[in-house]
Design a protein around this ligand. Structure first.
Ligand SMILES: [Zn+2]
Length: 472
């Protein structure tokens, strides 16, 4: 097995994934001729100023690792393969599901159930048979990351998991690999190039090569850590970020900026620019446009960075043996409440009590987003999205006002001050916080009114009461 030891090579062995061909040149050599097929295939790209034959040969001699074969990885891989990168490794442990297909354009309805990596490589071979494709049909983790990443010249982070993002960045610092990192959820996306030119840990003279931790010292807050499955995702938004990732990677490879030496064919100074975070926001609610692309200037490499700073103690051996603990670092803070039993009811108990007429008059608040609510709800539920409830509660606290203003407008005759309130959300967490908030505002009228959380939310309702409930 060919393995190019990095400055911190480890002996971890990956028992999946084929051998990675060794170009022997890290993309630097431009000595050979293009074949006729290469010439025909890449001619439109080669005539673009800045590419030329030398740039094309650098792409052909390069090895790129794409981690994640989903909404980012599919479009990124298409353009990386199309451009003629010689060796393309793809890492992902998931299989293709029908709900992936609106955005993960490298898969197909006929390949549902297939490993995403195999599905995407099938698609890429249809575009370009010349590259060598290397499948890794499992997830990257602290034990296998260094061995896989060490075989490539450049890494593209196309994952959707904060813990994996920190892991990939740390390994890229330790192995001196440039990293093109993107993320996208719901209606926004971001992109940043990190550790480029590749700069060893502790070296601070290249301040424009920050790592992920320099830019994002702490994991994002839980509210922004919703996965695409939870928060939803717009296909064109994530697609645009994946394509932009490919664009940045191709630029780095053509410029030979990925080569970790001083010997760049293009003077290094010309290629250094302040790191920039590209942020794209898609305004679905507003009229067409204005298009919202923003380029935020980011600070450079940080002297005290945990991974790349001068006193960093991060090592490949440490990562392999569990230090740091990425899952713990990025874990969602567990909600510090579970309401007392008399403020909670199971979905089936609530359903039974309703059927027996034990709670004839009550308010049922559904705190899911209105899009989720629109697919179906329990009879009589009123939609008060959780975010709006929190905003309203904060305004009442700040500016005063009747606590009952937080409740939706209902017929006066239906609601007395002791009319109980039941709160349901998607999975049973927001609803508990909503119950706390309502009590805090005094909506419970000093204990005269019961405010009750439905345990497990609409997921539990589907599981326990109504299997036909549409779950999105
Ligand atoms: Zn750093």
């Amino acid at each position: 097995m060919t393995q190019r030891p990095g400055p911190n090579s480890v002996s971890a062995h990956v028992d999946n994934g084929e051998d990675v061909p060794d170009s022997g040149t890290s993309g630097a050599s431009v000595s050979r001729r293009l074949t006729e097929e290469e010439f025909d295939r890449y001619s439109r790209q080669m005539i673009v100023p800045g590419v030329g034959k030398d740039g094309q040969l650098r792409l052909i001699n390069s090895r790129v690792l794409i981690i994640g074969a989903g909404g980012l990885g599919c479009p990124a891989a298409q353009y990386i393969a199309g451009a003629g990168v010689g060796t393309i490794g793809i890492v992902d442990g998931d299989v293709v599901e029908v709900s992936n297909l609106h955005r993960q354009v490298g898969h197909a309805a006929s390949r549902i159930g297939m490993k995403k990596v195999d599905s995407l490589i099938t698609h890429l071979r249809g575009l370009n048979t010349l590259p060598t494709y290397v499948p890794y049909t499992f997830h990257i983790n602290p034990q296998n990351a260094a061995d896989i990443i060490s075989r490539y010249d450049l890494v593209m982070d196309c994952t959707d998991n904060p813990a994996t993002r920190y892991l990939i960045s740390d390994i890229c610092v330790l192995l001196c690999k440039p990293l093109v990192s993107a993320a996208s959820v719901q209606k926004s996306g971001q992109l940043i190039v990190l550790n480029c030119p590749p700069t060893p840990q502790g070296r601070l003279d290249r301040q424009y090569a920050p790592c992920y931790r320099c830019c994002f010292k702490k994991p994002p807050p839980p509210s922004s850590m919703l996965s695409c499955g939870e928060a939803g995702i717009m296909g064109p938004v994530v697609g645009m970020m994946g394509v932009a990732q490919a664009g940045e990677a191709i630029k780095i490879l053509i410029s030979a900026l990925h080569i970790p030496s001083q010997d760049h064919s293009i003077p290094l100074e010309r290629n250094l620019a302040q790191p920039t975070l590209l942020v794209y926001t898609y305004e679905l609610e507003n009229a067409v446009g204005p298009y919202s692309f923003r380029a935020l200037k980011m600070a450079g490499r940080k002297k005290n960075c945990f991974a790349c700073g001068e006193n960093s103690t991060l090592t490949l051996e440490g990562i392999q043996s569990g230090t740091p603990n990425y899952e713990q670092f990025c874990s969602l803070p567990s909600p510090n409440f579970t309401l007392p039993p008399d403020e909670r009811i199971t979905a089936s108990a609530y359903h039974g009590a309703r059927n027996r007429g034990e709670i004839p008059n009550h308010l049922l608040l559904d705190t899911r987003e209105k899009e989720h609510f629109s697919f179906g709800s329990i009879d009589g539920a009123v939609n008060v999205p959780f975010g709006k409830l929190l905003t309203k509660a904060a305004a009442i606290k700040r500016e005063g006002g009747a606590a009952s203003d937080i409740l939706p407008p209902v017929e006066e005759s239906d609601v007395a001050e002791d009319t109980p309130i039941f709160v349901v959300c998607r999975r049973g967490l927001d609803s508990q916080e909503a119950v706390e908030k309502l009590k805090e505002l005094g909506v419970n009228n000093g204990g005269k009114r019961r405010i009750v959380d439905i345990v497990g939310g609409m997921k539990a309702w589907k599981d326990e009461v109504d299997p036909a409930f549409p779950w999105v």
